[in-house]
Design a protein around this ligand. Sequence first.
Ligand SMILES: Nc1ncnc2c1ncn2[C@@H]1O[C@H](COP(=O)(O)OP(=O)(O)OP(=O)(O)O)[C@@H](O)[C@H]1O
Ligand SMILES: [Mg+2]
Length: 275
Amino acid sequence: MLEVINVSYTYPSGDTALKNVSLKISDGELVAIMGPNGAGKSTLVKHFNGLLKPSKGKVLVDGVNTTNMTVAELSRKVGFVFQNADHQLFAETVEKEIEFTLKNLGLHENLEELKVKALEDFDLIKYRDKSPFSLSGGERKRVALASVLCANPKTIILDEPTAGQDLVQKNNLLELIRRFHSEGKTVVIVSHDVEFIVDINPRIITLVNGEILCDGDVQDVLANKMILEYSSLTPAQITEFAWRICEELKPLPNNIITVDQLIEALKTHIIGGSL
Ligand SMILES: Nc1ncnc2c1ncn2[C@@H]1O[C@H](COP(=O)(O)OP(=O)(O)OP(=O)(O)O)[C@@H](O)[C@H]1O
Ligand SMILES: [Mg+2]
């Protein structure tokens, strides 16, 4: 369980990035944090693994105040993949990058098995002996994902995981997130990628100017014009298409976010109706 209680955070520069934020994420929940650039999303999630400690308020991980825990202690429970992969990569080779996490967490026994699984999960077998820094941005991101997720943490925080990923890798990521969720892990994803988030179907929290604007399901948030606008999010293409049909042809339900929902609405309201 992750609990954020009246948390404010001000950087040493004087910028206040979070203002009195409170939220609770239960074990096994799948949550997306969305909102404009500079809204405080990365600042918020860095509190979940103790990289940042609140200036005011408190953050509890499984009931323990993060102020009383080190990042090393928290990283056993909370795996954190940075927005910028270069902030977490340092080893000579891709393989060593993954080994480092496993050794660091004392997972010596099945190290080989976990390492190969991580390399396979992220399509990195062919790069295992290469320097992470000789790879493309998208590939580096995959190394960062593999080096955190190989340790099988109970809670996973992914900051902009789809940034720079092509369709094949996005689909791989989608499958992995679904797998983690079905295994009962808590998954928190920071993202601007509305189409990707619709496919994941999480609870969505939007942050604007360091404050929570809304907290609801995909339908409540991503089919709501006003919330999308305030959160600087582009509607899913299917939602926009449904809005256009509404404007130009006939009223449809205003909460369409999937192709199936649009087809149902068209059958009911247009094809089977008077049009
Ligand atoms: N290291 C830092 N020092 C000072 N201010 C910072 C620092 N990191 C972030 N900020 C400021 O805190 C605010 C929130 O930044 P944050 O990185 O949390 O936003 P974000 O929602 O993750 O944005 P993005 O979508 O661009 O990743 C911004 O105004 C930013 O300028
Ligand atoms: Mg960010």
